[in-house]
Design a protein around this ligand. Structure first.
Ligand code: ZN
Length: 513
């Protein structure tokens, strides 16, 4: 009888080595510089690519197995939710606007970043980092699809979800998200990694996943919650890979330190300028609340980032330049964002409202230093106007920051009274910014940011003859948004009345009794 041949099994490290670094070869038909044309132009010096190791030692075959397991689990839950009419069991139809905003911002953002990362992966000369970046790109594509599929069940029953990819490309209030992705995608491969894997994923993405997905579950959204948790386990890996990459670049050559610091400063701030939407989702758009944005910031950002940079100090990296300003904004951000969006309620593709009395009390308890003084009086005024049948509308066109493209809605750090406003001249033209940080980003690369297409300017140019608020509304109506049905006041909207008619939210109420 033949003796069975025992196949020698490689240990994890050798297997990882064989399936990543060992696949590297030096090209002979073409010089390596031509095969990797973007490897040098950012000035980053790498002497030994074999020093970069994926902290999770992920290889392609293991990765496929894990991802397909996750997919099977997520889609089993999504199917069950749809078949059991799960949309009736959510806490309150206002919650659906949180789903709409996620669908308009984070699903397309992840899609755009997957493309950018795939491009970066192609252009990185190190095989292990290239493999990890390629896997990350594909995961972002999966997350984008999961979010869209999780939201699709609601699209059958609620308004305002029908053309989200187009809105992401063209709606004025989604410009900050699109401009963030475009800026990252037009950077070199190393800057992109520092921007996305480190600046966005390592420093800020936990504020997005963890509290929002708990909030989704808490509000009976058993469609978005499992999709979010499925992404979270990948995001944890991206986060570690981002930190490993930054350490690797800093260790490879001391001349990399200044460049990496510059990117960390820039991309922390650009990522932070996506946070107003996350903050208002958490504090205003989720009817049953698990915690405030400020609490999330303290737990998921402030404490871990302080600890991370204490560790990175030995590599020569300092905390991002905008760190203090970002921490000072934690008491204001959600309120300023909701105030701006409420005022422009007819120019969005979701509904806005004034929170109920118990919600105002909650906000006061969570923001004892700022809410009563600066923000509650405005909301009281809006409520009064609404009761009198004269809902408040902001009739001006929003002025947008040349870099982050957010409306100028932020106040000076530590002072709730004055809107922060900065102005710079470049080649006889004036440019306006929401903060010192955005102004610095511009002055470091003016030739990049003078090209930014600001929606407010485009709207003014296209509709010179209309009053400004009509122009803003017309711009959103051109994108297929039905004014008054897909946006405006939530109370009395079609979403509101339908949900009540269907007996929606009863499960939640019974569970509370
Ligand atoms: Zn800005």
């Amino acid at each position: 009888m033949d003796k069975r041949v025992e196949r020698k099994k490689l240990d994890l490290t050798s297997r990882y080595q064989a399936l990543t670094e060992d696949l590297q070869w030096t090209t002979s038909y073409q010089p390596m510089d031509k095969v990797f044309p973007y490897a040098r132009f950012e000035g980053i010096r790498v002497h030994d690519w074999s020093q970069w190791h994926d902290p999770f030692k992920m290889t392609l075959d293991v990765w496929w197995r894990q991802q397909s397991d996750k997919e099977r689990r997520v889609y089993a839950v999504l199917d069950a939710f749809a078949q059991n009419n799960g949309q009736i069991g959510i806490s309150d139809a206002r919650y659906i606007n949180a789903v709409k905003l996620m669908l308009q911002t984070f699903a397309p953002l992840k899609y755009a970043l997957h493309r950018a990362l795939a491009h970066s992966a192609r252009n990185l000369p190190g095989n292990a980092l290239r493999t990890a970046t390629q896997l990350q790109a594909t995961q972002l594509l999966r997350h984008s699809q999961n979010t869209m599929h999780a939201a699709s069940v609601y699209n059958k029953y609620f308004n305002g979800m029908h053309e989200t990819p187009r809105w992401y490309e063209q709606a004025w209030y989604l410009a900050p998200v699109k401009s963030f992705a475009d800026d990252a995608a037009s950077a070199g491969p190393f800057e992109l990694l520092v921007a996305i894997s480190f600046g966005f994923e390592s420093l800020l993405s936990d504020t997005l996943f963890v509290p929002l997905m708990s909030a989704a579950a808490h509000n009976g959204d058993l469609s978005m919650a499992p999709a979010g948790f499925s992404s979270q386990s990948d995001a944890a890996r991206h986060k570690q890979a981002g930190i490993t990459t930054v350490k690797f670049l800093l260790q490879q050559d001391s001349s990399n330190i200044d460049t990496v610091q510059h990117w960390v400063d820039k991309w922390f701030w650009r990522s932070f300028r996506l946070m107003p939407m996350v903050a208002m989702l958490q504090d205003y758009m989720v009817p049953k609340r698990v915690g405030s944005w400020r609490e999330s910031w303290d737990t998921y950002v402030e404490a871990p980032v302080e600890a991370l940079f204490a560790e990175l100090a030995q590599y020569g990296l300092k905390k991002p330049a905008g760190w203090q300003a970002a921490c000072a904004a934690k008491d204001h951000l959600s309120h300023q964002a909701w105030n701006a969006f409420y005022g422009y309620g007819d120019a969005l593709a979701f509904h806005t409202w004034v929170p109920g009395n118990d919600e105002l009390e909650w906000l006061d308890r969570k923001y004892p230093n700022t809410f009563d003084r600066w923000y509650r009086p405005r909301l009281a005024y809006y409520a009064q106007r609404e009761t009198a049948g004269q809902r408040f509308h902001n009739h001006s066109l929003p002025m947008q920051c040349q870099v982050c493209q957010q409306p100028m809605m932020f106040t000076e750090p530590g002072d709730g009274r004055w809107i922060a406003y900065r102005e710079t001249h470049h080649h006889d033209e004036s440019f306006h910014f929401c903060s010192d940080q955005c102004e610095t980003i511009f002055t470091n690369e003016p030739e990049k940011y003078v090209q930014a297409k600001l929606p407010s300017h485009a709207i003014l140019q296209a509709r010179k003859n209309l009053p400004t608020d009509d122009a803003l509304q017309a711009s959103i109506a051109d994108l297929g948004v039905v004014i008054g049905r897909d946006n405006g006041e939530f109370n009395g909207s079609e979403d509101d009345t339908n949900f009540t008619e269907w007996g929606g939210g009863q499960d939640m109420k019974e569970a509370q009794l």
